[in-house]
Design a protein around this ligand. Structure first.
Ligand code: PEP
Ligand code: MN
Length: 362
């Protein structure tokens, strides 16, 4: 993939190499009191960037859809009286104009909007000539190119202070998370665009308070750059996403518990031990690929046999049996069910493709 983005550093708070870059604030601005109370407590806890949603994209109508532009002056007070930076979500051109008029410091594009190239294009065009940092949440579907497309559209409109927000992905299968983190997607984004900061959004990944720390720590261990965490002065009474919001005090505790490890390895002993271990991993990976190759050989033989005997490729009962057996085996070996299902789905799909190829050969 050929990606050329002109990027400027996203860190604008005046603190060089600030890590993690923390953005916190309520899911939604609800009232002037709630905004000011939450922001004041966050500022006292050392947070410099305040987030609050004004226009809320909700799954069903009649849920609380945000206070809209009525909340902009509240955010302006946060900026002026508390000396914090303010960030809000924009989903259309009107939101952009209203936010710019009120002096918002940072804008973000929500997950549902990122999934719509027309909407992103319009927002990008409305930002031409404006030097404002923009964060783009991953699209709800795990499509790294669609995510990159949004950065390209914004960049073509002259926006150079860009950051990605990793908020997890919708899944058909139920998982532990509200939105499955699928770390491989932001990792791929980082591989393709190393200079683009990645900010993880543990709140929307988890959907509940209990897993927030674990996901935040994982983001730091992936060497991602920041965290955006929904924080409310009275989380249980929040009008949206109540289960996942935490108090400013809990946020401060979470941030203090984080262990920040270094990405560069500066000691030779460390490096050689690590290299040895990596070498071991490489050996296992070699074996994994060889085993897959051997397995596909057998799959092709089965394909041929089925073709000669006029049998369909997929026999659901056989697939159920494989999965059940491997899940039991994995549990005994300390491997998660989620992992083993993913691996065997991929292997099974590849097997079917190989069998199909044989079937379709003259
Ligand atoms: C939000 O940050 O409040 C929000 C609506 O998030 P997302 O676009 O990730 O659902
Ligand atoms: Mn929310």
């Amino acid at each position: 993939m050929n990606i050329t983005l002109q990027l400027k550093p996203f860190t604008f708070t005046g603190v060089p190499d600030e890590r993690p870059l923390v953005l916190a604030g309520p899911c939604s601005a609800e009232s002037e009191e709630q905004v000011m109370d939450t922001a004041r407590q966050l500022r006292d806890a050392g947070v410099r960037i305040f987030r609050a949603g004004l226009w809320k994209p909700r799954t069903r109508p009649n849920a609380f859809e945000g206070v809209g532009k009525e909340g902009l002056p509240w955010l302006k007070r946060v900026k002026e009286e508390l000396n914090m930076y303010t960030a809000t979500e924009v989903a259309n051109v009107k939101h952009v104009y209203d936010s710019l008029k009120m002096g918002m410091d940072i804008l973000w594009i929500g997950a549902r909007t990122t999934a719509n190239p027309f909407a992103v294009q319009e927002i990008a065009e409305s930002l031409k000539g404006v030097d404002i940092p923009v964060m783009v949440k991953n699209p709800i579907n795990p499509d790294v190119e669609l995510w990159i497309g949004a950065f390209e559209r914004l960049n073509s409109a002259g926006i150079t202070k860009l950051a990605a927000i990793h908020r997890g992905f919708s899944t058909y299968h139920k998982t532990l998370y509200r939105n499955n983190p699928q770390w491989e997607i932001p990792i791929e984004l980082k591989r393709l665009i190393p200079d683009l900061p990645i900010i993880t959004d543990p709140s929307h990944i988890c959907g509940s308070r209990d897993l927030l720390f674990e996901i935040s720590q994982m983001a730091m261990d992936m060497d991602f750059d920041g965290l955006i965490i929904e924080t409310h002065c009275n989380p249980d009474k929040a009008l949206s996403d109540a289960q996942q919001q935490i108090t400013p005090d809990a946020l401060q505790k979470l941030l203090r518990r984080l262990v920040l490890r270094k990405a560069d390895i500066d000691s030779n002993v460390l490096l050689s031990t690590l290299e040895e271990l990596r070498h071991e991993i490489d050996k296992y990976d070699d074996r994994l690929v060889e085993i897959c190759e051997m397995r596909m050989d057998v799959a092709r033989k089965i394909g041929l046999y089925k073709k000669q005997n006029n049998i369909t490729i997929l026999q659901t009962s056989r697939w159920d049996e494989i999965l059940k057996h491997r899940i039991e085996q994995a549990a005994m070996k300390g491997l998660s069910e989620e992992f083993i299902i993913k691996v065997f789905r991929a292997i099974h799909e590849e097997s079917i493709n190989h069998q199909m190829k044989v079937m379709n050969e003259e």
